[in-house]
Design a protein around this ligand. Structure first.
Ligand code: ATP
Length: 594
């Protein structure tokens, strides 16, 4: 068993001990009726004593009843313990995933994560609640039945001596082959989960219906499920082959036992009751041996699952709190400084465990630098507009400011403190962001807003929605604030999603505000109304406004023009417009198309 699994089980030592005791008691008792039966035949039936037949008969029934009670206690205890372990693993995994940086999720396939949290964790549960009890039970039954058998007739040791090594060799051979099949099966399953999750998300379904031919789409799915079918069949055939072989080996040993014990009865060296007991005990060996063989197969699958869960738990988050990290003050505008910042997105394989990224990620070539020597200082309470062509690195800069990624070189400072020295929770409480493609969780508008401000009352929610120019739509909806937004917020329009994201921002109290194309989906009149509502909110806060529409940033105290990850121009609107450079050309194009 792997060292990691043993360490994990170590956390449940006490309860595992109780389980072991229950299993030992239950398995030991399973041979008691046989021994009582032997005495019933020899001392009751053969001696012609009905009283003893009744006596041993009652003892037999009592032993069977006690055995039944212990079977129930052991099963119930094992299932409860297994489920508690699943609970622990799921919580650990979830907590660990919460701490992973954005990069982890950009590189991991979402379905593959779900499959770890669900399928693999359940695999571990199976090991604990059924496989381990089965192993311990089988071993104890083997020992008890074996010892009882040998105590009755040592010559039968020969039969066991022949069967055991054969059983061991066969199970080892099969489990070695099974390990690789199990690993391939689990990864094919994760692959299927991620493809289905992506394909049947709202956006995936829409895109596929527009661009992907249904037959080609189905062929890809078919290829996946055929792979899974073949692996499952392979797994089952290996298990079935092993069972058949064991049945044969044990059947041969049974035949030998019948013949030899029969001959010993004829020669008078063994009583008839002993013969019946020996044959029954030998039959008792059959189940544990078959269980042990099958269990090895389950154990291998469970260990592979546990390894896949551990793999994520062992993957340290790329971005985390420094031991001496500081809290930022909660109020006042903040001074933000980008100092010679360079950045390149790391390859997927450096962001996540390879099995979560998928095979194609291994072939990914480096994409090259996105920001180079970027420097900018934003004084407390100042609003800076950031413009530039698509792909010039504007959103990347915003993500670096909330430490979704860490800079490659250079520093980003808030009030003179390097971001890497600030507690992540404190940093993210201090920065309010409306992203380019805002996301809403499936649920009600109210639930989405309360996520940002759990304490907000109805009045606050309405006030924020009014300011974000979304209250009209909410008020007109039959369910008002309890209107469902659908998966990813896809049951509301793009512009409504943006305004709900702005309302969510307005419910918080950040020192720094980032608006990344936050009003790009709105018509001019609505955008202006939202801008008017945002102006008092932005007052006194340090703001970074990213926009393609120059009107959105026109009033900013400073406008920075980016091109290929560098600052190419900066100044006020009037200054830049008069310079006749990049910004002026952009401004002219806007005027022409307006
Ligand atoms: N997670 C990522 N992994 C790898 N490359 C990325 C990632 N995100 C963005 N990029 C690349 O980084 C570059 C800058 O992207 P960014 O989103 O910062 O540009 P932008 O100026 O905000 O563009 P737009 O105006 O289109 O929103 C682009 O070339 C983009 O392809």
């Amino acid at each position: 068993m792997s060292r990691d699994l043993l360490r994990f089980l170590g956390g449940f030592t006490g309860r595992l001990g109780v389980l072991a005791l229950l299993i030992v008691a239950q398995s030991s008792l399973s041979v008691l009726p046989i021994l009582v039966g032997q005495r019933l035949i020899d001392e009751g039936v053969m001696a012609g004593d009905p009283g003893r037949v009744w006596g041993f008969g009652l003892a037999f029934a009592g032993a069977a009843a006690l055995h039944a009670v212990l079977v129930f206690a052991e099963r119930g205890f094992a299932v409860r313990l297994g489920e508690d372990m699943v609970l622990r693993l799921r919580l650990d995994l979830y907590t660990h995933l919460q701490r992973q940086s954005l990069g982890f999720f950009t590189a991991a396939r979402a379905g593959a994560i779900v499959s770890r949290l669900h399928g693999d964790v359940t695999g571990v549960q199976r090991v604990v609640s059924s496989t381990i009890p089965a192993v311990v039970g089988a071993v104890v039954s083997l020992i008890v039945a074996g010892v009882a058998l040998l105590a009755m007739e040592p010559r039968l040791a020969l039969a066991l001596g022949v069967v055991m090594p054969v059983v061991y060799g066969a199970t080892t051979w099969v489990s070695r082959r099974l390990k690789s099949v199990s690993r391939r099966y689990l990864s094919a399953n994760a692959d299927l989960d991620s493809k289905v999750a992506e394909r049947f998300s709202v956006v995936g379904a829409e895109t596929a219906s527009l661009y992907v031919h249904p037959d080609r789409d189905r062929d890809v799915f078919r290829h996946n499920v055929v792979t899974i079918r073949n692996l499952v069949v392979r797994q089952a055939l290996l298990g079935a082959g092993l069972s058949a072989f064991l049945t044969l080996a044990i059947g041969m040993a049974g035949a030998g036992a019948y013949v030899f014990s029969g001959l010993w009865v004829i020669s008078g060296t063994v009583s008839f009751g002993m013969m019946v007991a020996m044959v029954a005990l030998l039959a008792r060996l059959y189940n544990p041996i078959v269980t042990l063989a099958g269990v090895k197969v389950d154990l291998v699958t469970g260990l592979v699952s546990f390894g896949r869960v551990r793999e994520i738990l062992d993957f340290a988050p790329r971005i985390c709190d420094a031991p001496d990290a500081l809290e930022l003050p909660r109020t006042g505008g903040a001074c933000v400084e980008f100092s010679k910042v360079s950045f390149e997105y790391p390859a997927s394989m450096d962001l996540v465990v390879p099995s979560l990224a998928g095979e194609l990620a291994a072939m990914e070539a480096p994409r090259g630098p996105v920001l180079g020597d970027f420097s900018l200082t934003i004084e407390p309470g100042m609003t800076v507009g950031l413009v530039g062509p698509s792909g010039s690195g504007k959103s990347t800069l915003a993500r670096l400011l909330v430490r979704s990624w860490d800079v490659g070189s250079g520093r980003i400072l808030i009030d003179g403190v390097d971001l890497r020295k600030i507690r992540l929770a404190s940093l993210r409480n201090s920065v309010g962001v409306v992203t380019q493609t805002p996301f809403l969780f499936n649920g009600t508008i109210r639930a989405n807003l309360l996520m940002a401000a759990p304490e907000a009352d109805q009045e606050h929610l309405i006030e924020a929605c009014r300011a974000a120019q979304i209250w009209g739509m909410i008020e007109a909806a039959p369910d008002g604030l309890d209107t469902m937004v659908g998966d990813g917020g896809m049951q509301v329009s793009g512009g409504e999603r943006q305004r709900l994201a702005i309302a969510r921002l307005l419910l918080t109290d950040p020192r720094i505000v980032i608006l990344d194309e936050a009003t790009s989906h709105l018509d001019n009149a609505t955008e202006q109304a939202v801008q008017r509502a945002l102006t008092p909110f932005m007052k006194g806060r340090t703001c970074l406004v990213i926009a393609h529409r120059l009107a959105t940033v026109r009033d900013a105290q400073l406008i920075v023009v980016m091109h290929e990850g560098r600052v190419v121009e900066q100044g006020s609107h009037a200054h830049l417009d008069g310079m006749g450079g990049f910004y002026a050309r952009l401004s002219r194009t806007h005027k022409e198309t307006a």
